[in-house]
Ligand binder design. Structure first.
Ligand SMILES: [Zn+2]
Length: 667
């Protein structure tokens, strides 16, 4: 992915439209030396003129397009909602009723938390830990968390088939380390207070609520103690551990897995992938050693927590106060219309997407993108052939993998069928849960069946892109094919420095420290000679070091956590640069607006990363996000780009300068 995938964003007005200048000097600060701080040279006036609105924690080019998209989606919702006679069961009826029920705060406030009572009763019926499998299966199928995560995905060693996967889970703070480090003590105290407040909102007295919250923190700390870190989880070999259901059952004798899977809605199967076997074995002891009442309180907490934004305003506000305000520094809630719009988009994404592309995605964009991708593929192929550190044998396999990369642009060939998803005008909570059950059924039905190669894992309106190692494919939703990434009116330099780098980024993921472990068919299958793998690792360690050294507002970036994304950024820049050099425009080498084509390429790259971020959000992102902060993606990555030095005359005394032997060159 080019950015973290779970941001919920929105806004108040389209800022970039057709006719957008290719490079807008008003956003730059020409008084800043590009050799000292290229990020601010490209963006300083934009950064000054676009302070973070109080309802955001970060605000940048991605947010701007998201805001513009939200207005388009809002129009779509308005348009379909205007049809009061939409047939029951039609997509229009579903979109209309989902949105309206979500906006009906009078009904939502009247209901309070009454819609949670059936789940509380379910939990209260747990009289014996031996019944936990049944209860947890039911709760998971309703979208509530607890103890671990189970769900279908491709079998990494047989990429044509879908199998069940088990992963660590059950935490409520964003990261394992938040439970374990000294520096997070205040966060844990605030967390206990928050859980206690939520329990008081469902009628438990203050003293009891506090005691329950403390016991829940202890239980979650045990889970955290047995969890892998984010860096450890990045190793696909480590998280692939095929087991038979019999073996799984032997590793956790006190938890009934067949009953669990049955109640979670899964069909019968014989084997599965256990992502974190040590965590799963530890679970047995954790369940044995935890008091039955604490397990019940923990599961009730998970029900409340998972529902907070759908309940009456006091739950919603308390949840916001801890998770958005305290943890990330967001000052106020997003307006309700935007939150419900995003929820509608979340539950009916492809239905909205279909209407979105009909109106807003020209066929010409798809053709131009496909041509760009083809040029980038050629450029990466040439780069692989020219690598001085890789043997001919491995090069041949890399080129074969490259030639097999599948490309999807704009929107899926086959749309998701929502006919089994029921939406009513009555209850927002029920509509969301009916979506969760519909998705759960859809997902679980995949187990034991061939992978559907037509499926998309982002909706067309998403402003992002991805590489799937198991499908060996790159996917560019319609949403990202807009300025400043893709501007039909701009020169090639600007488009190659924008969407070209995004395309190269996704392609490079097929060859980053994770992606390189998968073959051309998407199987986790080592195709490297040992010497080539060693040389690759030496080179990537150079990049780890460069990012570890890079500091932003007192925080060092985690070079290991962000390695895959940093490899992809650097590869993307190199590939897009080479592809651009093949164009007639680059060969003509004519300056425009006072910038050479090379300068325009890099300014365009700097521009897509314009972004303001709050201190707390920056601190959290550095811990959680596999992507480096925007400023580092510009100021650190470009330090390893030889052509950048020529384009802006970077000298050893400049801040952007990195010693040639310290620079990273991988792809
Ligand atoms: Zn990425």
């Amino acid at each position: 992915m080019i950015v973290a995938g779970t941001m919920i964003v929105g806004g108040c007005g389209p800022k970039e439209e057709k006719g957008t200048p290719a490079i807008d000097k008003n956003n730059m600060d020409l008084s800043i030396n590009p050799a000292e701080d290229f990020f601010r040279y490209c963006n300083n006036n934009w950064l000054k003129n676009n302070p973070i609105p109080e309802e955001y924690t970060t605000y940048g080019a991605f947010t701007e397009i998201d805001q513009q998209n939200e207005l388009l989606i809002q129009d779509i919702i308005k348009e379909v909602s205007a049809d009061a006679n939409a047939a029951q069961g039609s997509v229009a009826q579903k979109i209309r009723d989902f949105y309206n029920a979500g906006m009906d705060t009078v009904a939502i406030n009247e209901r309070g938390y009454s819609e949670l009572l059936p789940y509380f009763e379910m939990v209260d019926q747990l009289n014996d830990k031996a019944q936990l499998g049944e209860l947890l299966g039911k709760l998971h199928s309703e979208g509530f968390g607890g103890f671990f995560y189970a769900g279908p995905s491709t079998d990494p060693k047989n990429a044509d088939m879908v199998i069940m996967h088990l992963f660590q889970g059950g935490l409520s703070l964003p990261d394992r380390d938040d439970y374990l480090t000294e520096e997070s003590q205040e966060m844990r105290d605030k967390y206990v207070e928050h859980v206690s407040n939520m329990f008081q909102l469902v009628g438990i007295d203050a003293e009891n609520a506090k005691a329950k919250a403390k016991a829940i923190l202890s239980l979650e700390t045990e889970l955290a103690n047995n969890s892998l870190s984010r860096v450890e989880r990045r190793d696909p070999d480590r998280t692939y551990n095929k087991r038979s259901v019999v073996e799984l059952q032997q590793s956790t004798p006190n938890f009934n897995w067949s009953v669990y899977f049955q109640n979670a809605g899964a069909p019968e199967f014989d084997s599965l992938n256990v992502g974190m076997p040590d965590f799963i074995s530890a679970l047995n002891g954790i369940i044995l050693n935890t008091d039955l009442n604490t397990i019940k309180d923990y599961l009730k907490w998970k029900v409340i927590h998972g529902s907070a934004s759908m309940l009456s305003s006091e739950f919603d506000e308390e949840n916001f106060k801890f998770y958005s305000n305290y943890l990330y520094g967001q000052e106020v809630q997003q307006p309700r219309w935007r939150r419900i719009l995003n929820a509608t988009d979340g539950c009916l994404g492809e239905a909205i997407g279909q209407l979105y592309v009909e109106k807003h995605f020209p066929a010409s964009s798809k053709e131009r993108m496909e041509a760009l991708v083809a040029n980038l593929k050629v450029a990466l192929g040439e780069r692989i052939k020219a690598l001085d550190w890789m043997s001919e044998a491995t090069k041949e396999k890399a080129l074969h993998k490259l030639s097999c990369i599948n490309v999807k642009v704009g929107y899926p060939n086959k749309w998701k069928d929502y006919s089994k998803y029921t939406v009513t005008p009555d209850s927002y909570f029920q509509n969301v849960h009916s979506a969760i059950r519909f998705e759960n059924e859809f997902e679980m039905a995949k187990i034991g069946k061939p992978v559907d190669k037509e499926e998309w894992f982002m909706t067309p309106q998403t402003v992002n892109a991805y590489y799937s190692p198991e499908m060996n494919e790159i996917v560019f939703p319609a949403g990202i094919l807009q300025p400043p990434f893709f501007n039909p009116d701009a020169d090639d330099a600007v488009n190659y420095g924008g969407i070209g780098v995004v395309i190269g980024h996704e392609m490079t993921h097929g060859f980053d420290d994770q992606g390189r472990k998968y073959d051309e068919k998407g199987n986790l299958n080592d195709w490297w000679t040992e010497e080539d793998a060693t040389r690759f690792n030496e080179r990537t360690q150079q990049l780890v070091k460069l990012f570890n050294e890079f500091e932003l507002r007192g925080h060092h970036i985690n070079g290991e956590l962000t390695l895959g994304e940093n490899i992809a950024d650097l590869g993307g820049l190199n590939i897009a640069w080479d592809a651009y050099q093949m164009t007639d425009e680059a060969k003509a080498n004519k300056s425009l607006d006072g910038f050479t084509p090379a300068q325009r390429f890099f300014i365009s790259y700097g521009t897509i990363w314009r972004n303001n971020i709050r201190d707390k959000a920056l601190e959290r992102r550095i811990k959680e996000d596999v992507h480096s902060p925007a400023e580092a993606r510009v100021n650190r990555t470009l330090g390893s780009m030889p052509h950048f030095y020529e384009a802006f005359d970077i000298k050893p005394e400049n801040k952007m300068y990195i010693d040639p032997e310290e620079r990273a060159t991988i792809w």
